[in-house]
Design a protein around this ligand. Structure first.
Ligand code: TRP
Ligand code: ZN
Length: 313
């Protein structure tokens, strides 16, 4: 949904003054370039989270690697992408004696020699449904991909989306994918964007500082909506961007925090509760649909789309 900016003119007042000002200045306080990227409907992202929660509930309470809830999650995401016109591929692997899968979705078109990738891990831990970790990234990524289809976006570069398996076992799926690329195909990936835990209930706004250009793109989005960010430091290399970075591919992403504690200074600038974890339900059974901050989920869904659109045009 449209991000609410303090002091923004709304409703009838917009109509009244619209003739006096440019429409874009009123519709969105973000820079003009934001207009190129779509506004991701957070209600749709939340609807995907509700489905992932139902899948967990119907399958022993989790969506973990090698369990029925993981495969059901994969089938849910794949069906929507197939119906939207993506070319999907399932990559199977074995980890800890159980079968796992990555789902890769290519949007037809664009320069095959310049691939922009965005990914999220779709597996949960065994102790819970994994709605913030990482239904949040998975659902936002799915909705962004569906928006590519809805708007029939035809970027200059080629777009590829990925939902990784077995991240919780040590980034097994994403490492498997990167290791399976030929040197030539690896060189074609101009950047990889990672989205893991983007709706934490007591959120921080963290941007990965791995690649300066990707970092700037994400910071530009946040500057445009007037929200302060900090550099992501809670366990650098603890998600699926790590294998890409190790292979020399530029990486970036956003994150709202896991078990680390929000400081007083952070609560002052972002709201929420100082002295409490960003996600008190991290890796536990209370990581359900209740464990999501809608504002953070909305902002990061739009940040995801902004980066995908900006880096692929
Ligand atoms: N990937 C971790 C998990 O799934 C969470 C995490 C810790 C993380 N540090 C991070 C995610 C930094 C992204 C960036 O449990
Ligand atoms: Zn996790």
């Amino acid at each position: 949904m449209k991000l609410s900016v303090p002091g923004r003119v709304t409703g009838a007042a917009v109509i009244a003054v619209a003739a006096l000002l440019t429409t874009s200045a009123i519709a969105d306080a973000a820079p003009a370039r934001v207009a190129a990227a779509p506004d991701i409907p957070v209600a749709n992202v939340k609807a995907h989270l509700t489905q992932l929660q139902s899948i967990a509930t119907a399958n022993g309470g989790n969506r973990a690697h090698g369990r029925a809830g993981y495969k059901a999650s994969l089938d849910y995401v794949k069906a929507q992408l197939d119906a939207a016109g993506f070319t999907t591929t399932i990559q199977q692997f074995t980890a800890s004696s159980r079968v796992g899968y990555n789902l890769i979705a290519d949007w037809p078109g664009g320069d095959a020699n310049q691939v922009v990738m965005a990914g999220s891990h779709l597996d949960s831990v065994t102790s819970g449904a994994g709605i913030n970790d990482n239904g949040s990234g998975s659902a936002a990524l799915l909705e962004a991909a569906l928006t590519v289809s809805r708007t029939q976006y035809q970027p200059t570069k080629h777009l590829r989306f990925a939902w990784w398996g077995a991240e919780e076992l040590g980034m097994i799926g994403s490492r498997n994918y990167v290791n399976g690329l030929t040197t030539a195909n690896r060189a074609k990936i101009s950047g990889y964007l990672n989205f893991d835990m983007i709706g934490s209930p007591n959120p921080g706004y963290f941007v990965y500082d791995d690649d300066p250009a990707i970092e700037k793109t994400l910071k530009d989005f946040y500057a445009g909506i007037g929200v302060a960010t900090e550099i992501e430091t809670e366990g650098d290399g603890r998600s699926d961007h790590a294998p890409f970075k190790s292979a020399g591919i530029p990486v970036g992403g956003v994150f709202t925090g896991a078990s680390s504690t929000k400081s007083a200074a952070q609560a002052a600038k972002w709201g929420g509760t100082a002295g409490q974890s960003f996600d008190r339900c991290y890796h536990s059974s209370c990581d359900t649909t209740s464990n999501i901050n809608d504002t953070a989920l909305n902002r990061n869904s739009d940040a995801l789309a902004y980066a995908v659109w900006e880096l692929s045009e």
